[in-house]
Ligand binder design. Structure first.
Ligand code: UD1
Ligand code: CA
Length: 466
């Protein structure tokens, strides 16, 4: 395969009604243009060029790591956008080299690597000047129409605004995904004019030029019209997101993941899930999250860049940059912030927040606690409502808790502080000094008791009232 890719991402996307350039909008947490770049690489194309223009300073950082950038100062149409990239290809190879050039739109994020591959293969086998992907749509409004002759041969592509009533009635549309013979493309582009309803240089005019030169042009009809859905508005962004959500969820279900209702599960493209995982409604898995076999996630859980081991129960949990080992229980309503490491068999229970802390094997933080900047040993029990006071208003300080420590309810551990192995801290203590192993630490006033005080007190109050 001798193919490069060119991604058009210079347009403003006015119909998005946004300060952000269209291709920077995200679908399942990934910018639209990134989906297209990744699909190109996955198709096996190493050399990818991106045409940027409108608000390029917001687009560049998204693609500069693995594509070559070229600036289209003024957006004079898709044909013009391809033409400004000509010099990049000349620089890369000394002149426009033979081979295939796949042209994709940065606003068509649903394109599959397999389809890109199939188009390259088709062009290489046929040596056609151009392979264009087409689709039949019930409502083709807005798309360029594929005009075929009596013999079924494609003659040209007509844009919506230039179409006659008969042409507009054609349901076969240009998906905006092409594989060109690179040299034929740039030769034809020099003949494209902007004499049309929009005053733009249309890339689509290349088709007719190649044909009149006697070169073969192939229109390849896709069996999946959702693949070429272009995102021009927020409604189409939602539509595309739905298609990708279903595609990703289907892949995971085929690989052995249970979902009660796949419409209520959102999984990012880079998430990895083992078989026999169960995802309950309102689950969001984002970033580079990994889920191990036998684990149940949800309902109402959002995990970002988090690794979860096997056989865990993650119920109503929000986690970010956290590491969860095997057989861990979280929630309902746990919040695991960056740097949390839940070791095997540990628990973060109800209304528990943990940050930058290790919870040792078998240790439990079951109810209403905040644990921050803490290293906790094994088999520790933290009583309800206990908190590490890690912040003095200026700096954060560490708490170290040994193995087999029992911390009573409503305890404040004022950091920096350490609790030795096997120690017990009495409920409601405010611990400001280190506690030695195996000792009992208590910080509370002595309990006093006054016999028969309560009823006499009530009698007195009633007498005062009457
Ligand atoms: C284009 C096609 C249309 C096809 C549709 C599929 C043309 C003339 N029309 O229409 O036949 O059915 O895609 O989605 O090609 N861009 C630039 N520079 C420019 C203009 C556009 O980089 O000067 C980029 C845009 O950012 C976008 C892509 O090219 O990513 C397509 O442009 P857009 O204006 O969305 O074209 P459509 O009207 O959708
Ligand atoms: Ca478009």
């Amino acid at each position: 395969m001798n193919a490069k890719a060119l991604i058009l991402a210079a347009g403003a996307g006015t119909r998005m009604k946004s300060d952000k350039p269209k291709v920077a909008h995200e679908m399942l947490g990934k910018p639209l243009v990134r989906w297209v770049v990744d699909a190109s690489h996955q198709a096996g194309i190493a050399q990818v060029v991106t045409v940027v223009g409108h608000k390029w300073e917001q687009v560049n950082p998204l693609v500069s790591a693995d594509t070559t950038l070229v600036l289209q100062d003024r957006q004079l149409g898709t044909g013009h956008a391809v033409n400004v990239a000509r010099e990049v290809f000349e620089q890369l190879d000394g002149s426009v080299a033979p081979g295939s050039l796949v042209v994709l739109s940065g606003d068509s994020p649903l394109v599959r690597p397999e389809t890109i591959r199939a188009m390259i293969d088709l062009r290489e086998q046929t040596q056609a000047a151009m392979v264009v992907l087409t689709m039949k749509l019930e409502d083709p409004f807005g798309y360029g129409r594929i005009i075929r002759g009596g013999d079924g041969q494609v003659l040209r592509i007509v844009e919506q605004k230039d179409a006659t009533a008969t042409e507009a009635a054609v349901k076969e549309c240009n998906a905006g995904l092409y594989c060109f013979d690179t040299q034929a493309l740039f030769e034809a582009l020099s003949q494209v004019s902007n004499q049309n309803a929009q005053g733009e240089y249309y890339l689509t005019d290349v088709l007719e030029i190649c044909r009149t030169q006697g070169r073969a042009v192939i229109a390849h009809v896709t069996d999946d019209p959702t693949e070429a859905l272009g995102v021009n508005s927020r409604a189409q962004l939602a539509q595309a997101t739905k298609v990708m959500q279903r595609r990703i969820n289907r892949r995971h279900m085929d690989a052995g993941v249970t979902m009660w209702d796949p419409d209520q599960v959102w999984i990012g493209p880079d998430v990895r899930i083992d078989q026999d995982v169960e995802l309950l409604p309102q689950t969001y898995l984002r970033g580079k999250t990994i889920i191990g076999s036998g684990t149940v996630i949800g309902p109402n859980s959002r995990l970002t860049d988090t690794t979860v081991g096997r056989d865990c129960i993650i119920d109503e949990t929000v986690a970010q940059d956290a590491r969860i080992d095997d057989q861990v229980t979280c929630g309902p309503r746990a919040y695991l912030r960056p740097g949390t490491h839940m070791c095997t068999g540990s628990k973060a229970g109800t209304h528990v927040e943990i940050k930058k802390s290790t919870i040792g094997e078998g240790s439990k933080v079951p109810h209403l606690s905040y644990i921050g900047d803490t290293t906790m040993g094994t088999n520790v029990n933290i009583g309800a409502g206990s908190i590490t006071c890690n912040y003095d208003g200026v700096s954060k300080h560490k708490t170290v808790i040994g193995d087999d420590v029992f911390v009573g309810s409503d305890t404040m551990l004022v950091a920096p502080v350490s609790i030795g192995d096997g120690a017990i801290v009495g409920a409601a203590s405010c611990i400001t000094k280190d506690v030695a192993p195996d000792s009992l630490a208590l910080e509370r006033t002595e309990q006093r008791e006054f016999a028969h005080w309560a009823s006499r007190h009530m009698e007195k109050l009633k007498a005062q009232r009457d």
